[in-house]
Write a protein that binds this ligand. Structure first.
Ligand code: SAM
Length: 266
């Protein structure tokens, strides 16, 4: 039996008032996920753990038929409300289904693409959820996972600095969660090797893309915020370019591929 909060909302986790570097990270994470999912006119797309539904709605605007699948009734209600508004304005097609990632309520091979953005580390059975995403996706379709990297350059540098402060200089351990510590509502601490291992069991991984660099490093947000906006944006884009080349250092990693043929998708 799962013990879960079906009224969950993410307003405590997803920053509401945001900063330039956070906005950049979330925008890049979303655009890389959508691009790698190869959505577009006439495509059937599944957003697993769709949250408030903003990504599903964005994809629906571009002509795909999207289903957002999400366990939280509160988040589904919000997505439905926004979806109705969007359908009236642009005729976009999105539907919402309550469901868990590890038991997706869809037939085998129903979708051209299934993606899960920023959520797999919240799942109690992430491997099973990846297997399910591979099952419901057509064999020539795309499975895409976008996951926060807890071995990013920012995490490694911040941890090394704290080790020097605490172990060599004898300073007291900082109170509260450091950004390289996994939040309490995560089940898994992901880094590239684990992502590849878990996803590779069910998906032929074809592309790995790093997104953003140095997010969360102490004083990074404040220092980026002090720069003139065009300079800050150029800097963030430059670091994003490095992250793309070196995904193991990136703040977020997006992996994409096609389902492997297993007994599940026969
Ligand atoms: C950080 S939110 C991400 C939401 C959305 N994908 C986004 O990018 O805004 C994590 C989501 O995972 C959902 N979730 C948690 N456990 C889950 C599970 N086992 N199966 C499916 N969704 C789950 C939560 O309800 C929540 O909506």
């Amino acid at each position: 039996m799962k013990v879960v909060d079906l009224d969950r909302d993410m307003s405590d986790v997803i920053p509401t008032g945001t900063t330039l570097d956070s906005e950049f990270l979330f925008e890049r994470m979303t655009s890389a996920t959508i691009e790698l999912a190869r959505t577009g006119e006439g495509k059937r797309v599944l957003d697993v753990a769709s949250g408030f539904g903003q990504d599903a709605l964005q994809i629906a605007e571009n002509g795909s038929y999207v289903i957002g699948c999400e366990p939280s009734l509160r988040m589904l209600a919000w997505a439905r409300l926004k979806g109705e508004e969007a359908a009236k304005e642009s005729g976009s097609q999105a539907d919402w289904v309550q469901g868990w990632g590890d038991a997706l309520p869809f037939a085998t091979g129903s979708f051209d693409a299934a993606f899960c953005k920023g959520a797999l580390d919240h799942f109690d059975c992430p491997g099973e959820a990846i297997a399910e995403m591979a099952r419901v996706t057509a064999l020539d379709g795309r499975v895409v996972l976008a996951i926060a990297n807890f071995e990013s350059l920012a995490c490694r540098l911040a941890r090394a600095l704290d080790d020097v402060r605490e172990d060599l200089l004898g300073k007291p351990i900082r109170r509260g969660r450091r950004h390289y510590d996994v939040p309490a509502d995560h089940f898994t601490r992901y880094e590239l090797a684990l992502m590849k291992e878990q996803m590779g069991q069910f998906v032929e991984i074809e592309e790995i893309r790093g997104v953003s660099l140095l997010w969360g490093f102490p004083k990074w947000t404040q220092n980026v915020g002090k720069l003139p906006k065009p300079v800050a944006e150029r800097l963030l884009r430059f670091f994003d370019w490095i992250a793309r080349k070196l995904p193991s250092f990136a703040d977020v990693i997006v992996l994409a591929g096609r389902p492997k043929l297993t007994t599940r998708n026969l």
